[in-house]
Design a protein around this ligand. Structure first.
Ligand SMILES: [Zn+2]
Length: 213
């Protein structure tokens, strides 16, 4: 008899990080956490899919100018030059730091665009009633690996490390990059993986019900 009381009342929740199966807590509000890995699992917030789509599209439009336009103009001993995201990666390749250059290209150039594309497609499919698990998986990887904000930090550090006879001007690319970073931050804030998981679970349950009818 006591067994029926301890049995989960609703459908099980599967942790998106360690895949531990858990009973859904009785209270359906707020957040709860995976006891094994500590990942946040529950959230009562609603997903604002159209806002996320708009932000992901904005980030994608800003991506190309952000990586190709000059972040800063450097003027040293009368010789002027500019630094872009792509030129710094190319310089690393040229200096035989091939691995570093590959990491820079992956985390700062490719991943932000891949992540925003995955988010855009996933949100559009969720909005249309689909269950885009694979696209959401890519979006999650991007949360871990995409870090375009590093270049903002780099530009900031560059301004403090200027020697004499060197002047530095901010380039338009920096503002595109700033816009990209902000759009991505807000999109990630709205597209909380815990909320996305809950929507997928709900869709799975609905699909299961439909199949039984
Ligand atoms: Zn877990």
């Amino acid at each position: 008899m006591s067994d029926s009381l301890s049995r989960p009342s609703g459908p099980a929740v599967v942790c998106h990080d360690c895949h531990l199966r858990l009973a859904r807590p009785g209270a359906d509000r707020g957040h709860w956490y995976c006891p094994r890995c500590g990942a946040r699992l529950g959230s009562q917030h609603r997903l604002r899919a159209q806002a996320v789509i708009a932000l992901a599209a904005t980030a994608l439009v800003l991506w190309l100018p952000a990586i190709s336009l000059p972040l800063v103009y450097v003027d040293q001993f009368g010789a002027a030059g500019s630094v872009t995201v792509l030129s710094s990666a190319a310089a690393l390749f040229g200096d035989r730091y091939g691995l570093v250059a590959a990491v820079v290209l992956g985390t700062l150039v490719v991943m932000p665009a891949a992540q925003m594309t995955a988010l855009l497609v996933a949100m559009a499919r969720l909005h249309a009633g689909g269950r885009p698990r694979r696209w959401l998986w890519w979006y999650r990887q991007g949360r871990e690996w995409a870090m375009p904000e590093i270049f903002l930090l780099g530009a900031l550090i560059a301004t403090t490390e200027l020697g004499e006879n060197t002047s530095l001007r901010l380039g338009t690319g920096l503002f595109f990059l700033l816009g990209l970073v902000v759009a991505r931050w807000v999109a990630e804030g709205l597209a909380d993986p815990a909320v996305l998981d809950r929507i997928l679970e709900q869709r799975d349950a609905e699909a299961g019900d439909a199949a039984r009818l």
